[in-house]
Design a protein around this ligand. Structure first.
Ligand code: GAR
Length: 196
């Protein structure tokens, strides 16, 4: 099976769904969960599910992204991952880090890309009075939130939605979309997964 490392910064609910599905005849297995934040709630959840964890804190490196990314690369190397999954990983990666992982790194983003790259996606969808919103899994390339789309899931925006209610509904779809995309991707199939 393909060896998967998951990068997180927070609660790791997407990570949990990815970990839970990588069993049985799944074409991938988790080898490491890595966080840039030692306080990330997802670390304990990964350990509870029997997966090794590591922390590469970005803060000691200050503005030196290259030093942070060297430390990241060094922490990943012993696990020899075939695929990196970003799952709520909130650090921007420079082209120097992305290049060696090109075609092997996925990200989940809480909008229907190409709409709303970057932050505050739910508030922006509401401000634009969009009738639908959703999430995207894409390959990571040098340009933030712009790689080839591997899957999308949609939700209707409802009257009275706030950024929080919308985020919660989108997150529920993320939990279905990301495992579906990873299963296909790890099997070598890059056909987009398009969910209603
Ligand atoms: C998810 O909604 C994910 O799409 C988003 O952060 C949340 C992480 O939740 N990612 C980004 O905004 C990336 N820029 P989780 O830690 O519970 O999976």
């Amino acid at each position: 099976p393909k060896r998967v490392a998951i990068l997180i910064s927070g609660g790791g609910s997407n990570m949990v769904e990815l970990l839970r599905t990588m069993t049985g005849d799944h074409p991938a297995r988790p080898v490491l969960v890595l966080s840039n934040d030692p306080a990330a709630g997802g670390l304990a959840k990964a350990r509870d599910l029997g997966v090794e964890t590591a922390v590469v804190d970005h803060r000691p490196h200050g503005r030196d992204r290259t030093a942070f990314e060297s430390a990241l690369q060094a922490a990943l190397a012993p696990y020899a991952p075939d695929i990196l999954c970003l799952a709520g990983f909130m650090r921007i990666l420079t082209p120097g880090f992305v290049a060696p992982w090109k075609g092997r790194m996925l990200n989940i983003h809480p909008s229907l890309l190409p709409l709303y790259p970057g932050l505050h996606t739910h508030a922006r969808a509401l401000a634009n009075r969009d009738r639908e919103h959703g999430c995207t899994v894409h390959e990571v390339t040098e340009e933030l939130d712009h790689g080839p789309i591997l899957g999308q899931a949609r939700v209707l925006v409802l009257p009275g939605d706030t950024p929080d209610t919308l985020a919660a509904r989108v997150l529920g779809r993320e939990h279905v979309l990301y495992p579906a995309v990873l299963r296909r991707y790890a099997a070598g199939d890059r056909t987009p997964v398009l969910l209603p």
